[in-house]
Ligand binder design. Structure first.
Ligand code: PLP
Length: 450
């Protein structure tokens, strides 16, 4: 045994040391024992001298051990729907609605008038229909779930026609052909990657139980391409007596064309095109909580609602509360644009962004050498994939520390700030930062540069 191992204290001895034992006031014994073991294990393998202050070493381990894994961070990347950072931040009214039902009892499945059992599927039903022009609506856990549910409920055991140009991967191992298979459907590819004609669908109608269109949400196909209009596919499906399903991905409910964002189909347009069932996310352009919405013909929505899979995909009370509150804001599109953070961030004007960047740069410590420069934000979340939203960035010179090291310190600081590194400079985009957070961001940069 070498000297180092001989000098290592035992876990039992450390637990009796007053400085360590005092930590029992904060955490249960089992947690403290874990921290002590971790501290001893770290000291055993470290090249540093053994800690002089074991209580401090254990306290450090304890802090690591008990730190929350899911914590809030500030998003300075300018990617509005950042999937890794939780997609859509919620509107204050949605947060309030969520908190109100989370802390107590609520009418999740309760009919107040009758004093008897109600149905959780009823909560967002009316609003989904009203805002999209559909006959009926249903919310489940996410849009992937909505698609699985629709395919299972309406086409399980049968063939689903889909264009070869739409056999896409949404991200995170979510691939349309695999989803179809997992839903118990047989995939029938039609057309080619770049060109699919109505006749291609027509030829394969024989065994088909549904026609599916998947919006190419995260990339653009350009050049020599053809895709039938949803209207034409809806009409074709109707003549064959099968449903036309349209997976839109993003739940855009308002027109953003006047803000330079074009090309993303709105839910209302998809419904108006004659699609029998339209599916979309709650936490992409809709700007609500993670959810998947299905809207369309009553009979089809009802079949989805009654499918056993609906039980496995059902939303919880806080999701429904946040979704209902978010949807309610759309009754007045101007209110939606103002109060739903995703829409407010996407429609921030260049003048306002420049003001915010100037303010943020002014708050930075002089060591940051902050300057402002033109740049671009992104929509993210697989929507408007090629849109480049002009913004003003705050660029920080990381000095000898280097861009990626400064970015890492910012990530791990308190609050954590997630940034971009471009050409060696650390860049912060005010578009995705709450204006009231700018002083905290500047302070975090000062701390990280120290
Ligand atoms: C994002 C997306 C989905 C998945 O949505 P989630 O809510 O993340 O499950 C499905 N289809 C398309 C076309 C999408 O863009």
């Amino acid at each position: 045994m070498n000297d180092r191992l001989r000098q290592l204290p035992s876990v039992d001895r450390l637990l009796q040391e007053p400085g360590v034992a005092a930590l029992l006031a904060k955490v249960p014994r089992t947690t403290l024992v874990q921290a002590v073991r971790a501290a001893v294990a770290a000291a055993r393998t470290s090249r540093q001298p053994l800690p002089e202050d074991w209580a401090a070493a254990v306290a450090d381990r304890l802090a690591l051990l008990t730190a929350a894994s899911l914590t809030s961070v500030l998003n300075a990347t300018g990617v509005v729907l950042h999937t890794n950072l939780g997609r859509a931040p919620l509107a204050p009214r949605a947060v309030a609605a969520m908190a109100a039902v989370a802390a107590g009892y609520c009418t999740l499945e309760y009919d107040r008038a009758a004093g008897s059992r109600g149905d959780r599927a009823d909560h967002c039903r009316g609003l989904l229909a009203e805002l999209t022009g559909a006959e009926d609506g249903l919310a489940v856990n996410n849009a992937a779930g909505a698609l699985v549910l629709a395919l299972r409920a309406l086409a399980a055991g049968g063939e689903v026609l889909i264009s070869r140009g739409e056999l896409i991967e949404i991200g995170g191992s979510f691939r349309i052909p695999e989803i179809l298979e997992a839903s118990g459907c047989r995939l029938r590819e039609v057309g080619t990657t770049n060109r699919t004609h109505l006749a291609d669908y027509q030829r394969e109608l024989g065994q088909a139980r549904a026609i599916l269109t998947v919006h190419r949400s995260n990339f653009e196909l350009r050049g020599f391409i053809t895709t039938p209009e949803p209207q034409a596919l809806a009409a074709l499906a109707a003549t064959a007596g099968i449903p036309y399903l349209y997976d839109l991905g993003s739940g855009l409910l308002v027109d953003l064309a006047s803000h330079g964002l074009v090309g993303e189909p709105r839910v209302g347009e998809a419904v108006a095109s004659g699609a029998d069932l339209v599916m979309f996310s709650g936490d992409k352009l809709l700007g609500g909580p993670q959810a998947g919405c299905l809207v369309g013909r009553s009979e089809l929505v009802e079949r989805c609602r009654r499918d056993p899979m609906a039980r496995a995909l059902r939303t919880d009370k806080s999701t429904l509360a946040a979704l209902e509150a978010t949807l309610a804001l759309y009754r007045d599109p101007d209110v939606a644009l103002r109060e739903i953070p995703v829409l407010a961030m996407l429609t921030l004007g260049p003048q306002r962004l420049s003001e915010l960047a100037t303010r943020l740069a002014g708050l930075m410590p002089s060591a940051a050498g902050a300057t402002t420069r033109p740049g671009h934000s992104a929509v993210g979340g697989g929507a408007f994939p090629t849109a480049q939203l002009p913004t003003t960035l705050v660029a920080i010179d990381p000095g000898p520390l280097g861009g990626s090291a400064l970015a890492a310190r910012l990530r791990l600081g308190e609050p954590g700030v997630i940034v971009r590194v471009e050409e060696g400079m650390v860049c912060l985009d005010p578009r995705t930062l709450p204006p009231e957070s700018l002083a905290a961001v500047a302070a975090a940069v000062g701390e990280a540069l120290r």
